[in-house]
Design a protein. Structure first.
Length: 167
């Protein structure tokens, strides 16, 4: 068995205030494709869970990808936001920037990921900041990694398989 780990990015742009939604009109994430969103709209699709900032183990023989409870060193484990969002690609070479194509293609993305859900034609869940109007609900619902993870500095890469978790 062999393994490798890699990360993708999470957004730190604040969620869109639900007061920007006009009464009687559908919100933008229900009417626009991911490819049609403005940069601000796109960033607000991230729910702030930071699940994508967890290290992952890939079994090369089966292609299975499993998440671990070990998280990128740049993550603020309380806010679940990247501490160097603008520089993240330079600082963490494996941090992959989300795109509409990746949201549709990467099967290992969390089922809860806002980008993944919209790419698959699913609704955003009640705890998504755009739906709830609060950035706290992703934590209150137990979706974010807050309180559940270890920083990568404390785990040897060879030990990652011992840290596999299932959402
Ligand atoms: S650099 Fe690390 S913490 Fe920041 S977005 Fe990428 S994986 Fe997440
Ligand atoms: S898994 Fe998706 S929604 Fe969660 S932090 Fe990553 S990009 Fe954002």
């Amino acid at each position: 068995m062999s393994c490798e780990f890699f990360n993708i990015s999470n957004s730190e742009t604040p969620f869109q205030d639900r007061t920007t939604m006009t009464l009687g009109t559908e919100p933008f994430w229900k009417t626009k494709a991911l490819t049609e969103m403005t940069p601000e709209e796109w960033e607000s699709i991230c729910d702030g869970c930071a699940r994508c900032c967890l290290h992952k183990v890939e079994y090369k023989d089966t292609g299975e990808v499993h998440y671990t409870n070990v998280v990128c060193r740049l993550l603020d484990m309380w806010s679940c936001r990247c501490t160097s969002y603008e520089e993240r690609i330079k600082l963490v070479s494996t941090c992959l920037v989300m795109t509409p194509a990746k949201a549709a293609e990467l099967e290992w993305l969390p089922r809860t990921c806002g980008y993944r859900r919209l790419a698959l034609g699913q609704e955003l869940e009640w705890w998504h900041p755009l739906v709830s109007g609060s950035s706290s609900t992703v934590h209150e619902a137990g979706i974010s990694v807050r309180g559940k993870v270890l920083p990568e500095q404390y785990v040897h890469p060879d030990e990652l398989v011992k840290h596999i978790i299932h959402f």
